[in-house]
Design a protein around this ligand. Sequence first.
Ligand code: DHB
Ligand code: FE
Length: 280
Amino acid sequence: MGRIVAGVGTSHVPAIGVAVDLGKTQEPYWKPLFDGYEPAREWLSKVEPDVVILVYNDHGTAFSLEVIPTFAIGVAREFPPADEGWGPRPVPIVKGHPELAWHMAESLILDEFDITIVNEMSVDHGLTVPLSIACGEPKEWPFPVIPLAVNVVQYPPPTGRRCFDLGRSIRKAVDAYDEDLKVVIFGTGGMSHQLHGERAGVINKDFDQRFLNDLTQDPQRLVELPHIEYVREAGAEGIEMVMWLIMRGALGDDITEVYQNYHVPASNTAAGLIILENNS
Ligand code: DHB
Ligand code: FE
C-alpha cells in the first residue's frame, strides 16, 4: 500500500533557483532565506520518500495558450528541465515514476477527476525550484517525482475546493497502490506577489501568514476562499496558492505542523515554506 506521509508547501520564485545555480546563496540578500530552508532539507533527508508528487504550475514552458489543461499528470520516465526567462536550469533531469503515475491517472479519472495525461513534458522553475529548495544541489534528485501541473496562469483556474478535493482523490489513489511506497506531496507556488501593472510588488504578510497557519488550524476557511480574494489580498499571482490546497487535501484531518518559515522579500514575492506530517 502507498502512504502519503507528509505534505510540503513552498514558493517557487525563479530567482531562488538562479541564486542556487550561480552560487549566491551565502550572499547577504539570500543567506537569511536559505538559512530558513536548512531544517526542511534535514527533515526531508531523514524521511527519505520513495516518491514525491509535486503539484506546481507551468509558466508557458511545456504548455502555452494553445493548450491549457486545468490539471495534468506527467507519466513519463523523465522530464527535462526547461524555462522561459533565464532558460533551462543546470539541474539534474527529473526522473518520473510511470507506474504510480499511471495508477493515479486511472484512479483519479475513475473517481471523476478527468486529469490530462502527459507522456512528454519539460518542467520549468515551478517544479525545479521547489526541488532545489528541498534538496540543495545533488548530482541526481534523491527520489522520483510525479509532476502534477495546475493551470493558474490563464483565467479560469480551478477553485480552492476543487483543488482540495483533488488532493483527497490523490490520497485515495496512493492508498490503493499495491506496492509499499512512502510518498510526500508538495504544493507549490505563491505566496503573495504580483509581477505586472499598478500593483506590481504587492506583498501581504498578514494574508500569507494566516494562510500558512490555517493550513493546520482551519483548512475549511481556505477551501472557501474565492479567487477574487487571493487576487485582491495577495496580488494577481497570489492565485498560485490554490495549489497548496491540493497538498492539504491529500493529508488527513490529523496532522502535525513540523516546520514553518516565512521570508520577505525573495525577488518580487513573499517566500513561504511549511511541512505537515500526516498522522492518519
Ligand atoms: C517571480 C515569481 C514567480 O512565481 C514567477 O513565476 C516568476 C517570477 C518573481 O518573484 O520574480
Ligand atoms: Fe510563478
